[in-house]
Design a protein around this ligand. Sequence first.
Ligand code: BT5
Length: 244
Amino acid sequence: SAVAYGLEAPFEIEYHDSIDSTNRRARELATDGRSDVAVLADEQTGGRGRLDRAWASPSGGVWLSLALRPGVPIAHAPAFTLAAAVAVTRAAREAGVDARIKWPNDVVVGDDERKLAGVLTEVEGEADRVDWVVVGIGSNVNVDPAALPDEADATSVQDAVGPVDRRAFTQRLLEEFDALRRDLDAVVPAWRADATTLGKRVRVETPGGTVEGEAVDVSFPGALVVDTGEERVTITAGDCEHLR
Ligand code: BT5
């Protein structure tokens, strides 16, 4: 139960030992008009990444989705994704892991940039005002990397520094996220400070084609600015590969 988890968080907690997907459950709550609820699970049986990719969610991770009704324009929703990545990164650093953010939503560790966490944001509503936002955050905390898929290039907090107090990790994550979502203008500067993408050569697969160049900045609410040598391209969505 939430009480057993012992969190004193700025969100109402709904805890599940096992669930298909905390994002699926948070969407259900948000559609019912609920806000500021954090759905937490020890294990997910049908965890999802972007583009309906599978997200491995063995017991020991922090699988968490926030149901929010922030009343912002839909165009601002990516700021919640960046805020979540910053919050996980800070929680991981607090736990002793040198985590960095790879645009837009990956939290990675080490020179080989193994993935520690990912964020999946879902939005519903009108252009000028969202109905709800669900921010799903999957963090490999006390997870044996052998329990993660080989091809995922994944790592965990446990792999980096040994098992940690999941309650403290989750508490820190929720507190950091809460502060940022109340001050969306602070998100991009915070993101820049924790990012590994800026200054790197990148290849980004976008819905409109491939863009290659130097990642020079991130602009509100979360677009990547790439200098191709000929022009500066602003990319709002895509998969980013670091070339050096
Ligand atoms: C993401 O997708 O990184 C977003 C992941 C969001 C998961 C959370 S958990 C709580 C909430 N409930 C859900 O159902 N989802 C959210 P994407 O960028 O598309 O990355 C997916 C890719 O990461 C997969 O195709 C694998 O290659 C890899 N992967 C799968 N499981 C992983 C894991 N546990 N750790 C690291 N990489 C993983």
